[in-house]
Write a protein that binds this ligand. Structure first.
Ligand code: ATP
Length: 244
């Protein structure tokens, strides 16, 4: 693998995606700022220069997309581990791809797959982690957001240390995921799961409903119980979840 640091780039994930055919497995791109940082479904990841982490990793898999359900949750566990190494234990995971502290978004994960459904494929895994946000960003986010500086009372670890911890955990964790899948992360996911037992609003394009979080299944799909008692399994692609 390799690790490249860019000054300003459209998106670290776009850069890796353009170079999938020529890059080694476990290549990393970090940028100081992104002009077109992405969230899910065309949303924007605000990526000003300053002190935040914008990092993407390329990981190849032989077994196709089907084995990769739960990858975004496993990456969340890897981020929680990295923060734990730095002494930060207040972050939790909101299914399927958010890192939260309190009720505010501290970081996000974006997994993009390419290749074959049941053959060789590649995942580009984007991670945005807020270390020190400019004040002006809060109103632009459209939801509560936070950063490590606020969590730690003004004195976050240096960005190089944070980046090193994230790269180390991703390198090890993605290899483990390749061998054992989501099962190797399920217990730690459950320990960081912020939706378990919580009243939720499920925003499904086929209709919204209320439900209570009941953890995730062995593929990383969200399990919920509706008010009528019926249990439903929710896949991530089209659905958003809000805490009620
Ligand atoms: P979903 O639950 O459907 O995933 P989401 O709000 O978590 O919804 P994402 O696509 O994961 O959406 O992330 C994009 C959203 O994150 C943006 O629409 C914005 O509200 C918020 N956001 C953008 N930049 C940042 C940032 N630097 N830090 C925290 N949150 C951000």
């Amino acid at each position: 693998g390799m690790l490249e640091v860019h000054w300003d780039i459209d998106s670290t994930s776009s850069e890796l995606a353009r170079r999938i055919p020529v890059l080694d497995d476990l290549s990393f791109v970090i940028a100081e700022a992104q002009s077109a940082g992405r969230g899910r479904r065309g949303r924007t990841w605000l990526s000003p220069p300053g002190m935040n982490l914008y990092l993407s990793a390329l990981k190849r898999f032989d077994g196709g997309f089907a084995a990769l359900s739960g990858l975004s949750l496993a990456v969340g566990v890897m981020l929680v581990r990295a923060l734990g190494e730095l002494g930060i234990r207040t972050a939790g995971l909101k299914w399927p791809n958010d890192l939260l502290a309190g009720n505010a978004k501290l970081g996000g994960i974006l997994v993009e797959l390419s290749g074959e459904y049941s053959g060789p494929c590649a995942a580009v895994i984007g991670v945005g982690l807020n270390i020190r946000l400019p004040d002006t960003l809060h109103e632009r986010a459209g939801q509560p957001i936070t950063d490590l500086a606020a969590l730690l009372g003004g004195d976050p670890p240096g960005r190089n240390r944070i980046a090193a911890a994230v790269v180390t955990e991703l390198t090890e964790g993605l290899r483990t995921f390749d061998r054992h899948g989501f099962a190797a992360f399920a217990d730690e996911y459950a320990a960081s799961d912020l939706l378990r037992g919580e009243p939720l609003r499920i925003l499904d394009p086929r209709g919204e409903y209320e439900a209570v979080g009941e953890g995730v299944d062995d593929r990383g799909a969200l399990c919920v119980r509706r008010p009528d008692g019926v249990r439903v399994t929710v896949d991530s692609a089209e659905v958003s979840v809000r805490r009620n």
